[in-house]
Design a protein around this ligand. Structure first.
Ligand code: DGL
Length: 264
């Protein structure tokens, strides 16, 4: 292992770019490799076995790129596949989970909403989070079918995604949630549209910064942080490549992107 090796980050699609943004702000010297498993997105409605198989395939690809850590920038893959991933590698594997703990700590009404995929909300890992932090508050979960697909299509504020969000958010607003957990890494790209519906009185929590800090702590504890300046780079891969999809990366990240295929 050496500190110049890249950090691998993956998601079913472009959602994990919301985590990549936080990682590159927190760790500006690191080389990053981002993989979108677009050929198999969305993960949220697939069986546990399918999600484990997809995640392992992407992790093998990242390991072949000689990464020093893997960030599972997907709540669904984290809750369902992270223990299987950890069993196939010794390098640090950092996941993303719905940020229920900070939401509970900051809620004043004691009513917290969680937006996530059906896969995340049905997982035993989510049940554990709920048991751990959701006991003294009212935790209202909302499976958000359709949202990942809209973000993958680049629809962040059009009439279709706005209507979907209204449908998903209204039951939570009816119960007076004051804090909303974004339990899917695609959803931070919808924050503006979400806030237009909820108004500014609802705090929105997404775990990008906390995940980036956790990556920093893990690499530091293994003496793997890259402290050399001017070595940073980002490579982008997808299991399905097209010009439209490359442009999607560019418009979400607001920078030029070269998108390569993973070959599987
Ligand atoms: N970004 C993924 C997550 O955080 C989306 C999962 C999916 O593809 O359904 O859960």
């Amino acid at each position: 292992m050496n500190t110049e090796q890249p950090i691998g980050i993956f998601d079913s699609g472009v959602g994990g770019l919301s985590i990549l943004e936080s990682i590159r702000q927190t760790l500006p010297n690191e080389k990053l490799i981002y993989v979108a498993d677009a050929a198999h997105a969305p993960y949220g409605n697939q069986t546990d076995q399918q999600i484990v198989d997809h995640s392992l395939r992407i992790c093998r690809f990242l390991l072949a790129q000689n990464v020093k850590a893997i960030v599972v920038a997907c709540n669904t893959a984290t809750t369902i596949a992270i223990s299987t991933i950890r069993a196939v590698t010794d390098i640090p594997v950092i996941g993303v989970e719905p940020a229920i703990k900070p939401a509970v700590e900051q809620s004043k009404t004691g009513v917290v909403g969680v937006l996530a995929t059906a896969g995340t909300l049905q997982s035993t890992q989510f049940e554990k989070l709920n048991d751990l932090y959701g006991q003294d508050i009212e935790l209202i979960t909302q499976p958000c079918n359709g949202l990942v697909e809209r973000v993958e299509m680049g629809d962040l504020n059009g009439p279709v995604v706005t209507k979907l969000l209204q449908q998903h958010l209204q039951p939570l607003l009816n119960r007076n949630v004051d804090t909303l957990v974004l339990g899917c890494t695609h959803y931070p790209f919808l924050i503006e549209t979400i806030t237009q519906i909820t108004g500014s009185g609802v705090a929105i929590i997404h775990p990008g910064k906390a995940v980036a800090k956790q990556v920093e702590r893990r690499l530091e504890s293994e003496s793997q942080l890259n402290v050399e300046p001017n070595r940073a780079s980002i490579l982008f891969f997808s299991s399905r490549v097209s010009e439209t999809y490359r442009l999607r990366f560019e418009s979400l990240l607001k920078q030029p992107v070269v998108l390569q295929g993973t070959g599987s």
